[in-house]
Design a binder for this molecule. Structure first.
Ligand code: GTP
Ligand code: MG
Length: 248
């Protein structure tokens, strides 16, 4: 998993078994976010796709992030510190048409700046509703992530809501829609916060990333340079670099 975290900043032994999950702060914009010393993993996707629910499921703590059936509920960059050593970040969703345009633009600008410029952002979980056929806004958003070299994996949510066959068909159609943008298709997962499905796999993504950071930190401590990346970077995976405006 390519990340942008400076490994030399972190000499902590990580543990992906979640022993503690604590609300840290709500930031209205990038400049208000806490220090950059901890690796971060963020949840993004359309309003109501299940970002806050998935964060709670991974943290194993219902009610940690606030969940609501009302789209546009999460309005700030909400940070949660896990095991005192890394963070989960609940972001406001995009595509909530009913939100006042002025507010909507403000939230989106803050999220875009966070995604583009947060140096300790290791991986973004880009959530897509598995119950829907590909939505233009989601397709464009994934293109935007790729165009801006934001490291991400796809997570198809709410798999409990429709049949396995329909979930698979929607996922295949979505992948087909974004295929042209990638040399290597993005890694993808399915999940259901309702059933607790997908938790181990997504914690595995975090574990892999934290382990890589630790290895780089160890190598830096021993005076060696960081190991050469074994995977293609987000930048390399992306074929074209259109000058995409924020699409959402
Ligand atoms: P915003 O903060 O508004 O952007 O939404 P969000 O993406 O954080 O979604 P949230 O987690 O608040 O969930 C929205 C609604 O979807 C709530 O009613 C949840 O109970 C429901 N929901 C979330 N995940 C699942 C799931 O896996 N299965 C089902 N059936 N419902 C889910
Ligand atoms: Mg939310």
């Amino acid at each position: 998993m390519p990340g942008r975290f400076d490994a030399t900043l972190s000499l902590t032994i990580f543990n992906v078994n979640i022993a503690s999950a604590i609300f840290d702060c709500s930031a209205p914009d990038l400049d208000s976010c806490p220090d950059e010393s901890l690796p971060e993993f963020a949840f993004i996707g359309r309003s109501n796709v299940g970002k806050s629910s998935l964060l709670n499921m991974l943290a194993g703590q219902e009610g940690l992030a606030r969940v609501s059936p009302t789209p546009g509920f999460t309005k700030l960059i909400n940070m949660f510190t896990i095991n005192k050593t890394w963070r989960l970040v609940d972001l406001p969703g995009y595509g909530y048409a009913h939100l006042a345009k002025k507010h909507s633009a403000k939230f989106n600008k803050a999220v875009a700046r966070y995604l583009k410029h947060r140096p300790n952002l290791c991986c973004v979980f880009a959530l897509i509703d598995s119950g829907l056929e590909p939505q233009a806004m989601d397709v464009e958003f994934i293109e935007w992530l790729a165009a801006n070299s934001v490291p991400f994996v796809l997570v198809f949510t709410k798999t409990d809501k429709i049949s396995v066959t329909d979930v698979q068909a929607n996922i295949a159609a979505f992948k087909e829609r974004i295929a042209a943008w990638f040399v290597q298709p993005p890694t993808s997962f399915t999940c259901s916060a309702e059933l607790g499905q997908g938790r181990q796999e997504l914690l595995g993504v975090i574990d892999e990333s934290l382990t890589a950071i630790q290895a780089e930190a160890d190598a830096a401590m021993q005076g060696a340079g960081p190991e050469p990346a074994r995977e293609m970077s987000a930048r390399e995976r992306h074929k074209k670099r259109p000058d995409l405006a924020r699409p959402w």
